[in-house]
Design a protein around this ligand. Structure first.
Ligand SMILES: [Zn+2]
Ligand SMILES: [Zn+2]
Length: 388
């Protein structure tokens, strides 16, 4: 077995980017479903990708066109194949029911077009506008879980630690059982500002598979985070099996940014971004009372165990190539022309081979990144960290 595909997931952000406003990016860089699939398949080397605006009728229409032109086809075990990549139909939903302390995001994935169309139909009775991304849903979290399961879908709380719109950031005080049925959760999306070791300090997460997804809003950021999955075929069913460790299917490695690169790692002042202690309510620098609690401090509040989880896959700190200083679009294209996809550059090119294409410094940096050894300046308060 071991097809070991790389899975990443992303937003199209319909409404905001494509249809309502004049789009700045044009041609092949425009954020359409077809361009996402091409980028994932041809440049990134990602084999499984979730697009979480697939509840929108416009996206479903585009998929149907790809199918009728013969460019894509639905797989018997779920998912839609386009060239080398399988699309998983998803939807990000904002929940804010009577048990939530604040709005939070969840991801729902479905096996077939028919199932997600049924989901859209149901959502129109629960949501003001199903054509937009990440919209507020009017109903309880559990009701949504039951619907997703009725449609044979996958249910995953999204970027669970970010200060805004997440389960542990604003959604609950202590435990996910305050709002969810824990048995109907298929995995936990960590988000950019946390990693496995941080999340494993919370006992109730020990039963779940962690996902490191890119949450990309542009083609370049596809596979900013991703995972390697052991599966026999790249299908929805196998993905579901991997989340639940069925018949040897599983996530083998999570590849994610160093949490310090995420934009909510440290606690900082919202106004001037000065670092703050987690319990202060006034910025020491500018006096603003708006302090954004970082993911690191939030996890310290929730931490209730030191025990390690058996079988937890390793978490390797990485960044996409475009994050490396001195790696511009020209160099990026040269690397792809020589090695194939971004995954080939990040995982397979040797130092000697890299040196034929780029400077010694940059070649070393790519190898350091492969091993998770880049040095980082921490982000916070909505500002990304960076590679030093
Ligand atoms: Zn979200
Ligand atoms: Zn301040």
């Amino acid at each position: 077995m071991k097809l070991a595909p790389y899975f990443a997931d992303m937003h199209i952000h319909i409404g905001r980017d494509i249809y309502d406003q004049p789009v700045k990016i044009t041609g092949s860089k425009k954020l359409t479903l077809t361009n996402i699939l091409k980028e994932a398949s041809r440049n990134k080397g990602i084999h499984l990708i979730g697009v979480i605006d697939s509840q929108a009728p416009a996206v479903q229409e585009e998929i149907k066109q790809l199918i009728s032109s013969g460019e894509a086809h639905e797989l018997v075990d779920g998912g839609i194949r386009f060239e080398e990549v399988t699309l998983i139909l998803g939807s990000e939903i904002e929940i804010y029911d009577e048990f939530c302390q604040g709005p939070l995001h969840v991801l729902c994935y479905f096996p077939t077009l028919l199932k997600i169309e049924k989901f859209t139909e149901w959502l129109t009775t629960k949501m003001k506008n199903v054509t937009l991304s990440s919209q507020r849903y009017y109903g309880t979290a559990k009701e949504l879980q039951y619907k997703v399961k009725e449609l044979e879908g996958i249910f995953i709380p999204a970027h669970v630690f970010t200060p805004f719109k997440s389960l542990y950031g604003k959604g609950v005080h202590q435990s996910l059982t305050e709002i969810f049925d824990p048995d109907l959760i298929d995995g936990i999306e960590l988000g950019l500002s946390s990693d496995t070791d941080m999340a494993d300090q919370i006992k109730e997460l020990h039963n779940y598979t962690y996902l490191t997804n890119s949450d990309a809003h542009s083609l370049a950021k596809i596979a900013r985070e991703y995972q390697m999955i052991e599966m026999k075929e790249v299908t929805f069913k196998e993905f579901y099996w991997a989340l639940h460790h069925v018949k040897g299917r599983r996530v083998i490695v999570n590849y994610g940014m160093n949490p310090k690169l995420g934009k909510y790692y440290s606690t900082v002042c919202d106004k001037c971004l000065t670092a703050a202690q987690k319990d202060v309510n006034k910025c020491p620098e500018c006096g603003s009372t708006k302090i954004i609690k970082g993911v690191f401090d939030r996890i310290q509040e929730l931490a209730d165990t030191n025990s390690k989880v058996k079988d937890r896959p390793p978490y390797v700190h990485q960044v996409p190539l475009e994050y490396l200083p001195k790696l511009g679009p020209k160099t990026y294209n040269k690397l792809l022309a020589r090695f194939g996809t971004e995954m080939d550059v990040i995982h397979h090119a040797s130092l000697e081979e890299l040196k034929e294409i780029v400077s010694e410094t940059l070649a070393q940096m790519i190898i350091q990144m492969r091993e998770g050894n880049l040095s980082i300046k921490a982000g916070g308060g909505g500002k990304y960290g960076r590679v030093k």
